[in-house]
Ligand binder design. Structure first.
Ligand code: 13P
Length: 253
């Protein structure tokens, strides 16, 4: 079974001071949860501070993006080499990056490779927009995204896949448990296709999109949903701790 994992995507929220306060408000309770990986993904400018705060605890840190080149004339960008000293995970291909910043499947694929080359674990985000779901194309879209991102990835490379239907992000319109299971199951099959059955079994597959303490159980109660990628609720310590605790209760034997 894959290790359960809950990741907090703070997006473009929190100043350095607010980031520190958020970590301090939840780190003791999160750190006490056995058998669950918790990943906090603050904005770049707070990575160092958050990494320092959680050092020596069970908590992990992740970045929200990276560039695929390691250095050079790319004003405003941050490379895997810079991140590897600060964090263990990096979110790649979030739908906001794809939709608002023009990230293509090819760019996402290069970012995944860059992360892996630096021993970072990519949290690969995939998911269809509402129109694609309504046209019955969700499976096709997610299949294309995962295949493109994982092409050429070795069986020993560690990745996390997050299925985040775009229509469910920040809308309160969360997918139901059965839909999440169907798409997370598909993601696992696609990981198996790219990296083999053995790797797929141990790859955490997450659901994301309007996850909150009231609906988390319907996701992590599914066989193929190993945890959640949480946006809005991750900025509220009580809610994020409740989500993490429910995940640990559902999935840690
Ligand atoms: P919300 O939980 O705010 O819907 O955001 C989900 C998300 O985009 C996490 O990456």
């Amino acid at each position: 079974m894959a290790h359960p994992l809950v990741a907090a995507n703070w997006k473009m929220n929190t100043t350095l001071t607010e980031a520190e306060a958020l970590v301090r408000a939840e780190m003791a309770e999160l750190g006490a949860l056995d058998g669950l990986d918790v990943v906090l993904c603050p904005p770049f400018v707070s990575l160092g501070r958050v990494a320092g705060l959680v050092k020596g605890t069970r908590l992990h840190v992740g970045a929200q993006n990276l560039h695929w080149e390691n250095e050079g004339a790319f004003t405003g960008e941050v490379s895997a080499d810079m991140l590897r000293h600060l964090c263990k995970y990096v979110i790649v291909g979030h739908s906001e990056r794809r939709q608002l910043f023009g990230e293509t499947d090819e760019m996402v694929s290069r970012k995944v490779k860059a992360a892996l080359a630096a021993d970072l674990i990519p949290i690969l985000c995939v998911g269809e927009v509402l129109e694609e779901r309504e046209q019955g194309r969700a499976i096709e879209v997610v299949t294309t995204q995962v295949r493109a991102a994982l092409e050429g990835v070795a069986s020993t490379d560690r990745v996390v896949v997050a299925y985040e239907p775009v229509w469910a992000i920040g809308t309160g319109l969360a997918a139901d448990g059965a839909a999440a299971e169907e798409m997370c199951g598909l993601a696992r099959q696609l990981v198996a296709e790219a990296q083999g059955e053995g790797a797929a079994k141990y790859t955490p597959i997450l659901y994301g999109g309007s996850v909150n303490p009231d609906n988390i159980s319907q996701y992590v109660g599914q066989p193929n949903v190993d945890g959640a990628l949480v946006g809005g609720a991750s900025l509220k310590p009580d809610q994020f701790v409740a989500i993490a605790r429910a995940t640990a209760e559902a999935r840690v034997a």
